[in-house]
Design a protein around this ligand. Structure first.
Ligand code: GLN
Length: 493
């Protein structure tokens, strides 16, 4: 049986009807990983033995009739989420040998739901980047075109799902790191509302922005993973006590009565015309499905979102990353008797250039004399951005934008120009600043890019919802996906 590119619900059907065992399914994914990895490089760690052990347990559960939607289905975890006994590197030299003594809440919850963990995925170091090129370990390649980036920072997770190396994956999103790679790899990626999913055990980047979410082949799978990972966690003080609905209940193929807005500010200068066309065509489909669409939405402060993000995120990062001093855990420079020199050299050798850049930016923005001018000002603008979203959601149930202004770029194309790289996230950053949920779904391919192979390069559409409005954006995403059918295309590696 060919089990490549399965969705969670397809795998579940095969397991439930005993057409395949979890051990067989896991074996065939491990074999595929061996085949694909030399080209894609999505995995930092492959946990083959552990996966087979977990699969055996799942088969025992299934034999007793104890089977949930995720039981026995292989998944992959971004390498910034703690996994007990399994190395968690953040793709940094600093944590290259760090083995956490505990599981992140999301990992614990997925394990309780019967996930088979195939391994840990590559990412931009400490989740800082948009291409996975900032990994201190190696570069991940886009399965749709191996000369291009998979997006970032959850590029390993997205590439592995698109290449059929795993059924689903978890990513984290501080400014776009789930949605932009989902867009670049033509899969589904959801950043939940701030507080919806516990971040206990997620290595902190920027605590007021970070969220964990699913990367999956289709919207149904996204809802299934959300069911498993959402909900209050007493160990994360920012997690919300709001009740968690069954997210699969809202997946309906029509949009009668749904009010959509398309904010102009997201069709930015420098956007590729193919992206622009694909999103406009996508909006037409949404209208045909019964939604009412208005192009008269304005979120004028969106244009400050990038500036606000690159003050707030580095400021929080500079505080969060202060813990890597070579004393408590992680890399430690040992060739000196001086404490100060040890700390200095630990940080100098342990962090890569982008992480150092962020720490310096953040330290500067928070320092006496600059705090008011930068950090405080950014927080004020953040409030205005959030208010604009609140106002827009008085009129609309969801907003539609492109996920990224461009299709995947070439490996090396933007590494020398950090600002160019930062622009990759103009459409996704405002969502983290406002704390609202947003999903990216496949919305077509740019076929005119001369060098791209066959089907062209992926384009993603972003659907933004009100706080705790995940059900609405999943409904819009599902209806569109069923009508447009882009998810059926596969990256052939
Ligand atoms: N690309 C953005 C950054 O570099 C967002 C990263 C993220 O969401 N983790 O900060």
């Amino acid at each position: 049986m060919n089990v490549d590119y399965l969705t969670i619900h397809e795998a579940h059907e095969l397991l439930r009807t005993k057409q395949i065992s979890s051990v067989e399914l896991t074996r065939s994914y491990l074999e595929r990983i061996q085949q694909i990895e030399p080209k894609v490089h999505a995995f930092v760690t492959i946990t083959g033995d552990l996966a087979l052990e977990q699969a055996k347990e799942s088969d025992e559960r299934i034999a007793k009739g104890d089977i949930g939607p995720l039981t026995g289905v292989p998944g992959l975890i971004k390498d910034n989420m703690c996994t007990r006994g399994v190395r968690t590197t953040c793709s940094s030299k600093m944590l290259q040998n760090f083995v956490p003594p505990y599981d992140a809440t999301v990992v614990e919850r997925l394990r309780a739901s019967g996930m088979i963990m195939l391994g840990k995925s590559n990412m931009d170091e400490f989740a800082m980047g948009s291409s996975t090129e900032n990994s201190a370990l190696f570069v991940t390649h886009n399965p749709w075109d191996l000369s291009r980036v998979p997006g970032g920072s959850s590029g390993g997770s997205a590439a592995a799902v698109a290449a059929g190396e795993t059924v689903y994956a978890l990513g984290s999103d501080t400014g776009g790191s789930i949605r932009q790679p989902a867009s670049f790899c033509s899969i589904v990626g959801l950043k939940p509302t701030y507080g919806r999913v516990s971040r206990y055990g997620l290595v902190a980047f920027a605590s007021s922005l970070d969220q964990i979410g699913p990367l999956t082949r289709d919207v149904t799978d996204c809802a299934l993973v959300m069911n498993a990972i959402s909900g209050y966690d007493p160990r994360d003080s920012t997690s919300s006590p709001n009740p968690v609905p069954d997210f699969t209940k809202c997946l309906k193929p029509n949009l009668e009565g749904v009010r959509l807005g398309v904010p102009q500010e997201y069709f930015v200068q420098g956007m590729q015309p193919e992206v622009d066309n694909a999103i406009r065509a996508g909006v037409k489909i949404l209208e045909e499905l019964g939604a009412t669409v208005s192009w008269e939405v304005s979120l004028p402060h969106t244009r400050y979102a990038l500036a606000v993000y690159y003050i707030i995120a580095p400021s929080e990062a500079s505080a969060n990353l202060a813990r890597y001093d070579g004393v408590k855990y992680g890399y430690s420079y040992a060739e000196t008797d001086s404490m100060w020199e040890a700390m200095e050299k630990t940080r100098q050798h342990g962090f890569g250039p982008e992480v150092k850049r962020r720490i310096m930016l953040g330290t500067y923005a928070l320092s006496a004399g600059y705090y008011d001018a930068y950090y405080l000002k950014a927080q004020k603008v953040r409030t205005i951005i959030r208010q604009e979203f609140d106002n827009a959601f008085k009129q609309f149930d969801a907003l539609i934008t492109p996920t990224s202004p461009t299709v995947p770029f070439r490996i090396g194309e933007k590494t020398a120009a950090p600002l160019q790289m930062y622009l990759s996230d103009v459409c996704t950053l405002p969502i983290n600043i406002a704390g609202v949920p947003a999903i990216s779904i496949p919305a077509g391919f740019a076929s005119s890019r001369a060098e791209s192979r066959g089907d062209g390069l992926p384009i993603g559409m972003q659907i933004i919802g009100k706080p705790f409005g995940e059900e609405t954006i999943l409904q819009v995403a599902y209806a569109y996906e069923q009508a447009a059918g882009w998810w059926k295309r596969r990256a052939v590696v």
